[in-house]
Design a protein around this ligand. Structure first.
Ligand SMILES: [Zn+2]
Length: 293
């Protein structure tokens, strides 16, 4: 696992990339669609740091604050890792200050622990300003560099405004939308430290677990069956001891309850709902609809 936090900058050196996990290697012998498909050419940034093609990520999740991704889609992240996909997480801000956290380093230590619970290959804190996160050119470029470096086929980010919660979330959505677009633009490499353009095939939106089951304003939804990953999701949220002390135990009840409600609507024990930015087409309708039975 690679974690880049408060005191680190730049992309990791190629020599620091870990070997694919035993879990991923084991699953790759089955029907893991990502196995053997990382054929992207080696990629360098302006300082000659290489992103070996075998270490590209399959999917990258983007949140505004450490704990957003665990609450919104921790079950899906854990489930994807168990299926052998290489999963990354990017937190745009450090989420600090907050009332019970003594320092950003403490919050980041919690985020690292949560990332380890979920089993992700990569997690990075992007150091954009908490509470005053704004969609802007530099913010878009900073995130697009992550996409160009890691070359995921799928990006998942915030899907809407979150009234009564942080306005950073909606800004994160707009930054992510723009960064997906910026990632593929040609003849603009000087803004991205020479990182090559990369086209992202699929973009999905998540909601925080406390919002209604459906994502307002989007017609195309998909539910991920997280039956076998619900406990890991809750365990990853519990890593944020400064955010969810015993006085906030009700948060775990709500997350569990809403996962069960989302799953029940799709006839599975627990689920997380995503909006797809484009309708998802399937070739084998029967297999697609039966795979969670
Ligand atoms: Zn947040």
């Amino acid at each position: 696992m690679i974690f880049i936090g408060p005191n680190d900058t730049g992309f990791p050196l190629a020599s620091s990339f870990p070997e694919p996990s035993a879990l991923a290697a084991g699953d790759a012998s089955n029907d893991n669609p990502s196995a053997g498909k990382s054929k992207t050419e080696a990629n360098t940034d302006g300082s000659g740091v290489k992103s070996p093609p075998e270490n590209r990520l399959d999917i990258l999740f983007v949140g505004a604050h450490p704990d957003d991704l665990e609450i919104a889609c921790g079950g899906t992240i854990h489930s994807l890792v168990k299926q052998g996909y290489r999963v990354g997480m990017v937190d745009l801000t450090d989420g600090e200050p907050t009332p019970a956290s003594p320092a950003p380093e403490v919050r980041w230590a919690e985020a690292k622990a949560a990332g380890e619970v979920l089993g992700v290959a990569y997690r990075r804190l992007l150091h954009l300003p908490n509470r005053r996160l704004m969609d802007g050119f530099e913010e878009r470029v900073a995130l697009a560099k992550e996409f160009r470096f890691w070359r995921p086929s799928m990006v998942v980010g915030f899907g809407n405004k979150t009234p009564m919660a942080s306005p950073d979330h909606y800004q994160a959505m707009q930054i992510t939308d723009a960064a997906v677009f910026y990632s593929r633009l040609t003849k603009w490499d000087e803004h991205f430290d020479g990182l090559m353009p990369h086209s992202i095939s699929h973009q999905l939106y998540f909601k925080l677990a406390f919002e209604p089951v459906a994502i307002a304003g989007f017609d195309s939804l998909v539910t991920v069956d997280i039956t076998d990953s619900l406990e890991a999701k809750l365990a990853s949220i519990a890593c944020y001891k400064t955010q969810f002390p015993p006085a906030k135990a009700h948060v775990f009840e709500r997350v569990r309850g809403l996962a069960i409600a989302a799953g029940a609507a799709a006839n599975v024990r627990a689920g997380e709902v995503f909006a797809t930015t484009r309708p998802v087409a399937v070739k084998d309708l029967v297999k697609h609809c039966n795979q969670s039975r």
